[in-house]
Design a protein around this ligand. Structure first.
Ligand SMILES: [Zn+2]
Length: 316
């Protein structure tokens, strides 16, 4: 069985440059993956007149990438005759700590876990990995990785009540196919027809049918955040429309390619990056939303109660 593992749910035009096809069924576990980046380093001998900068330029890299991979260059001097290694693109070499997973590293360096998995040859427990797009820094801290702020603008829960989680984010065995696939969001169990609510204020970036997503609504929020609501039965919004948190976007449906047979809302939280809209694990945010949602409900019921009391007092 051939699967495009990574972009099961990517919009056209924002797919990442790494496309993976793989065979990973129970019988034939033979992933078709490029060899790990760290096994594809090119050797370069420093010639007279060359500098760290000129070598980097020659390979379309930044000097920090070469300095990170070649401790001999860290003084900023390229000594003629020394052999250095050149990676195919910018990034850092990271030793994986005991007990650390690719998912942990992906969170630390803000790289997609599936991208990390693929550029490192689809190894499940590598000891050393190459993290693409991250700058080496002499202080040991890694420059160029901006931990996105928690999306405080996403205060709403995407459904009227807290829903059971059918399928989590990340590498999962898809219940309907039994295949190992990257789930770019969470599947929240909900009955067909349940209103789907905006998780925050924003602008509708997309509303309509979109491949395996089925009927999809995409909201762009302030601060480089995006939320996606998939498999909808009906869509109530149009692109360009401004929406408020809690506004009804449509209803839960079973359109598109479902990863669970039970009806659900497929919900994603993405953040803008150089690689496009990168899917984040919504689980921590969902928890946060649940707490805020409860507080909001408490507040609402308190208001309703107060109003009711007032009504009683004035004899209405
Ligand atoms: Zn899903």
């Amino acid at each position: 069985m051939k699967l495009r593992l990574r972009c099961l749910r990517c919009l056209p035009g924002i797919a990442l440059p790494f496309v993976m096809s793989t065979r990973l069924s129970a019988q034939e576990s033979e992933p078709v993956c490029p060899p790990p980046v760290l096994t594809r380093l090119v050797s370069h001998r420093v010639a007279p007149g060359e500098t760290v900068e000129s070598i980097a330029r020659q390979y379309n890299l930044i000097p920090a990438t070469l300095m990170g991979l070649n401790p001999g260059l860290r003084s900023g001097q390229a000594i003629v005759g020394t052999k250095i290694v050149i990676p195919p693109y910018n990034g850092v070499r990271v030793e994986v700590a005991r007990g650390q997973s690719l998912r942990d590293l992906a969170a630390i360096y803000q790289v997609r876990a599936d991208v990390l998995f693929e550029v490192n040859g689809c190894q499940t427990a590598p000891k050393v990995v190459f993290v693409p797009g991250v700058n080496w820094s002499p202080t040991g801290s890694v420059a160029g990785t901006i931990q996105p702020d928690r999306p405080t603008q996403l205060t709403g829960y995407p459904l009227p009540t807290i829903a059971p989680l059918l399928l989590g984010y990340g590498w999962q065995v898809t219940p309907t196919t039994g295949a190992f696939a990257f789930q770019s969001g969470v599947d929240l169990s909900a009955k067909v027809g349940t209103p789907v609510l905006a998780a925050g204020n924003g602008t509708i970036a997309f509303a309509g049918a979109e491949g395996s997503y089925g009927n999809l609504v995409v909201i762009n929020h302030q601060g480089g955040w995006q939320t996606r609501y998939a498999h909808l039965a009906t869509v109530n919004v149009t692109p360009g429309q401004q929406v408020k948190v809690g506004q009804v976007l449509g209803t839960v449906g079973t359109t598109g390619k479902l990863s669970s047979s039970a009806p659900h809302l497929h919900f994603e939280i993405r953040s803008a990056s150089k690689l496009g809209w990168v899917a984040n694990d919504p689980t921590p945010f969902i928890k946060d939303m649940q707490i805020r949602n409860r507080e909001l409900n408490k507040e609402t019921s308190r208001k309703v109660y107060t109003r009711h009391r007032k009504g009683e007092a004035s004899g209405q």
